[in-house]
Structures are given as structure tokens and as C-alpha cells.
Write a protein that binds this ligand. Structure first.
Ligand SMILES: Nc1ncnc2c1ncn2[C@@H]1O[C@H](COP(=O)(O)OP(=O)(O)OP(=O)(O)O)[C@@H](O)[C@H]1O
Length: 208
């Protein structure tokens, strides 16, 4: 994925929800904002290959992932996407290190476990169990796990929204570090205007 150009024009259907959503941006880090139910998460699912658009196309950073007219639909695992959810979604039966390494790929020049531990200050947590970790720690581990899968794109769905204001403030510099050190294209969903202004280079607002 070389050119950082995102072009999304899809019609998404989910139950009674049907909507055409169009996004054009040349920003490496793009935020999606909009009212609850406007389709932000659905767009991330479509980019990840978890929701098949009824029609349209999705090209991220210059690479076509889906194009109904041309019969292109890259399999989800081939899209090489790192996905960070609101709530971390770690595996409770694995310790921190094993969570980080779950789905990890080795990749010359990519992130190593040591890189991720340094970037996200995870060293002291490596042997800990998941139960008892703070919400901010969980999200740092989720970010680290996403990076170790050597993604070509990061999708972040309200990664700070479950944290209280102080914890949110603590986690923001880590997100900025991931943004700056990884150089990856990112699509960032959030409700918080101040957060978006500190993370993204371009903001796409869905009409309500
Ligand atoms: N699995 C599903 N089945 C039926 N309808 C769904 C499903 N998932 C989402 N929807 C509906 O699709 C619409 C868009 O939902 P989506 O989660 O994409 O919105 P959103 O903008 O991310 O909202 P929020 O900010 O509340 O997370 C909503 O009306 C929602 O109720």
C-alpha cells in the first residue's frame, strides 16, 4: 500500500439500515465522526471484509479491497488489517505476552515484540494475567497485538471511549506514538472532537 489515498463508495445494508457512504481522502490518518447509528462501525467492518457491501468499491491507500462491478473481494485475512475495538477483546485465558503474540507474523523490518513493548510500555506487564489489568493497559495490549500482526492498515473503533478522562489522557500519547512510529494508514472512529483533532489529519463527517 503505497499511495495514501482512500476511496470508499459503498451501499451498506444491515437489517433495516441501508445507506450509501462515500469517503474520499488523501490523509494517512483519517477520522470518521457522526451520530450514533450513522454507519461508522459498519464502514470499518466493510473495510475489514466482515460486511459485504451491496454495491460499490473500497480502495485503501491505493489498493482495491472490494469492487462489486469488477468482482474484486479480497478475503478478510488477506487484507492485513489490524483492528482495535472499544473494549480490547483480549483472551482471558492467556497472559499478556501470549495475547500480544496471538496472530503475530514475523516480518523483516516489521514490529518485533521488543519494539511493541518499548513503544507501548508493556515490558512490566508481560507475565501478567488479563484479569486485573486497567482499561488503559488492556487497550495498549490490544494496540500491540494489532501491530504484531504486521498490518498494512489499522482500524480503530472508539479505542478510548471506555476510559475515564484521566486514563484517556494517558493513552493518547501512546496512540500518537503508534501513529508516528508505524507510518501506517489508519481509520479512526470517535465521537470526541478533541481526541480526533489530536490524532487524525483529516476528518470525515457522516451526515445524520
Ligand atoms: N448486526 C446488525 N443487524 C442489524 N442491524 C445492524 C447490525 N449492526 C448494526 N446495525 C444497524 O446499522 C446501523 C449502523 O450501525 P453502526 O454500528 O455502523 O453505526 P455507528 O455510526 O458506528 O454507531 P455508534 O456510534 O453508535 O457505534 C444502525 O442503525 C444499527 O442499528
Amino acid at each position: 500500500m503505497s499511495d495514501v489515498v482512500h476511496s470508499i463508495d459503498v451501499t451498506l445494508r444491515r437489517g433495516s439500515f441501508e445507506r450509501r457512504l462515500r469517503i474520499e481522502s488523501d490523509a494517512r490518518v483519517l477520522a470518521l465522526v457522526g451520530a450514533s447509528g450513522s454507519g461508522k462501525t459498519s464502514v470499518l467492518h466493510a473495510v475489514a471484509g466482515l460486511l459485504r457491501p451491496a454495491r460499490g468499491h473500497i480502495a485503501i491507500a491505493g489498493e482495491t479491497l472490494f469492487d462489486a462491478a469488477r468482482g474484486v473481494d479480497v478475503a478478510p485475512h488477506r487484507r492485513r488489517i489490524g483492528y482495535v475495538f472499544q473494549d480490547g477483546r483480549l483472551f482471558p485465558h492467556l497472559d499478556v505476552r501470549r495475547n500480544l503474540l496471538y496472530g503475530a507474523r514475523s516480518n523483516a523490518g516489521g514490529f518485533t515484540l521488543d519494539d511493541v513493548a518499548a513503544l507501548l510500555a508493556l515490558g512490566p506487564l508481560m507475565q501478567r494475567r488479563i484479569t486485573g489489568l486497567s482499561g488503559g493497559e488492556v487497550q495498549r495490549i490490544a494496540l500491540g497485538r494489532a501491530l504484531l500482526s504486521q498490518p498494512r492498515l489499522l482500524l480503530l473503533d472508539e479505542p478510548l471511549s471506555m476510559l475515564d478522562p484521566d486514563r484517556r489522557e494517558e493513552l493518547l500519547p501512546y496512540l500518537q506514538g503508534v501513529r508516528d512510529e508505524s507510518g501506517l494508514p489508519m481509520i479512526y472512529v470517535s465521537h470526541a472532537a478533541d481526541e480526533v483533532a489530536r490524532i487524525a489529519q483529516d476528518v470525515h463527517r457522516f451526515d445524520d
